[in-house]
Write a protein that binds this ligand. Structure first.
Ligand SMILES: [Fe+2]
Ligand SMILES: [Fe+2]
Length: 521
């Protein structure tokens, strides 16, 4: 059945097939004007999606049964909009002026220098010996940073030497400093923060009373991550059966005010940052992608974008979590990568792509992760494939890009960090100079003989993704970017009450470090 007002709308359609398909699959019997309007928001038109794969088209053309609570057919976006409208220049874009770019990106030669990428350099056999080397190396690297950076009140002594002389070091007159890996953290009923500290020689139990007036970010209140390297200063409390080290304070590695490197004025180009595109998922936001591609074709600002850094989870993958199959619009992994390649083809020729893997990608999950397989790379023209994390420079500006899987551990381990504040996890990483400290948590780690998850050089730009939020800011001189996603809220996120911040491209002027966030939602 069809009403009169609806009839006119239907007659004006060039092709009835998608409408009929949508109506049938949505169990719509009465085509009222309202029902038509609703269905039309789901029907792709040739203006918005030129040749959508059949699977995507079906998924988009399905209205959800209001009683089923089924995720199928949710409105991904109103795809019947006319020509994509230019993205509004908000989020402070007024300060991101074209005047700051004397050259266009296409006239500037590419300058990418990779400092660290595990691809082809993984040497671990995954044995106990490798784990020991990895942790010993982490302890050595970060302890050295503390000594050289003078972040300890005095030179540390080994745990065994402290223990041997515990009688002597049992008074406030003999304060000593230890450095080690943290484990067994918990708060006592008294509010004291208890933990164990271990170096190459032995473990020592420590207890720290939160200093009066300490901020919420003080480790005694915020907590420490398992396997963090920290310093403690204090003395032993003898008299109990097991002597306890009473810490007066906890010392983190040094992190002073960083002074950023800049690209020269005639290399003033933008680097764009994005992550978690999740191609293949039913919740991939295809129309918004078209809008971004249109922006690249038409907006003068896009002509300043020389680099496009994709920080992992480019595709949704296959078999990543139980029941993923029903959330997939493209169920074949290679087809997912093929579709991602097709989507990225839309970027202008002058843009250089850098692609890292994430935990949804087809590489080993243990970090550091190597770059995507050469077989997958074949589909992409002119992309630089690197591992995760990757430490590299663009025109001398040092960038640390890490997918961010360990943010899950930081949310679990530190009281201050939540999924809506990934920037707090990023600050915590910089403060402890480590991207993923905890072994045996949610982040699989590869025990390389040298711990390459240590942040040995403070980056000029630090970028992560993974939790589908968005942030652009500054921390102690480092530009911090939490790259946005191109995936709409998933069922799982809805269950957790988490609202992602999709479809925001973050761009940074490598000469001035001005940052802008361009929304395409
Ligand atoms: Fe993701
Ligand atoms: Fe991820």
């Amino acid at each position: 059945m069809i009403g009169r007002a609806a009839q006119e709308k239907v007659q004006s359609l060039p092709d009835l097939a998608p409408l009929i398909e949508a109506a049938q699959s949505s169990n719509v019997v009465m085509l009222s004007e309202r029902a038509i309007d609703e269905i039309l928001t789901l029907v792709p038109t040739e203006r918005t999606i030129e040749t959508p794969p059949a699977t995507l088209r079906t998924a988009q053309a399905t209205l959800a049964d209001p009683e089923s609570h089924s995720p199928l057919g949710r409105t991904l976006a109103p795809v019947v909009s006319t020509e994509p409208t230019p993205a509004p220049r908000r989020h402070g874009l007024s300060h991101y002026s074209l005047d700051d770019f004397p050259m266009e990106a296409k006239d500037v030669d590419s300058e990418i220098e990779i400092h660290f990428d595990i691809t082809g350099h993984s040497t671990t056999e995954g044995k106990m010996f490798d784990m020991q080397s990895c942790f010993t190396d982490r302890l050595r690297q970060i302890r050295q940073m503390m000594i050289v950076g003078r972040s300890l009140p005095r030179r540390p002594i080994s745990n065994s030497e402290a223990w041997r002389n515990r009688q002597r070091y049992s008074s406030t007159d003999y304060e000593i400093t230890l450095v080690g890996l943290v484990s067994e953290t918990r708060w006592a009923r008294s509010g004291n923060f208890n933990f164990v500290i271990e170096d190459e020689t032995m473990q020592i139990r420590c207890s720290l009373k939160p200093p009066s007036g300490a901020s919420n970010l003080h480790p005694a209140l915020d907590g420490l991550m398992n396997d963090d390297v920290v310093g403690v200063s204090g003395h032993f409390l003898i008299g109990e059966r097991n002597p306890l080290f009473l810490a007066n304070d906890i010392h983190m590695p040094p992190l002073g005010r960083h002074s950023k490197a800049t690209a020269s004025e005639d290399e003033a180009v933008s680097a764009a940052f994005l992550s978690d595109v999740h191609v293949g998922s039913k919740t991939f936001l295809a129309p918004q992608w078209e809008k971004m591609i249109e922006w690249f074709r038409t907006d003068p600002l896009a002509r300043t974008v020389k680099y496009f850094v994709l920080s992992g989870d480019g595709v949704d993958g296959v078999g990543i979590y139980p029941g993923q199959q029903r959330h997939l619009a493209i169920t074949d992994l290679f087809n997912q990568y093929g579709e991602l390649a097709r989507l990225l083809e839309g970027l202008p020729d002058w843009v250089d792509l850098m692609i890292l893997p994430g935990n949804h990608d087809a590489v080993r999950p243990a970090e550091p992760q190597p770059a995507l397989d050469p077989e997958i790379q074949q589909d992409y023209s002119d992309a630089v494939f690197v591992g995760n994390p990757c430490d590299f420079s663009l025109h001398g500006v040092r960038i640390l890009s890490y997918h961010g899987k360990s943010i899950d551990d930081f949310v679990a381990g530190l009281r201050s960090v939540t999924y809506s504040t990934p920037e707090l996890a990023m600050k915590a990483m910089l403060e402890r100079r480590h991207l993923a400290p905890s072994w045996g948590g949610k982040t699989p780690l590869s025990p390389e003989p040298e711990d390459r998850m240590v942040i040995s050089t403070v980056p000029d730009i630090f970028v992560t993704g993974h939790v589908h939020g968005h942030y652009a800011g500054n921390y102690k001189g480092t530009t911090m970017i939490h790259s946005s996603t191109w995936q709409d809220q998933t069922d799982y996120q809805r269950m957790l009450g988490f609202q992602p911040k999709p479809c925001i491209l973050t761009v940074v002027n490598l000469h001035t470090h001005a940052t802008a966030s361009i929304p395409f939602a």
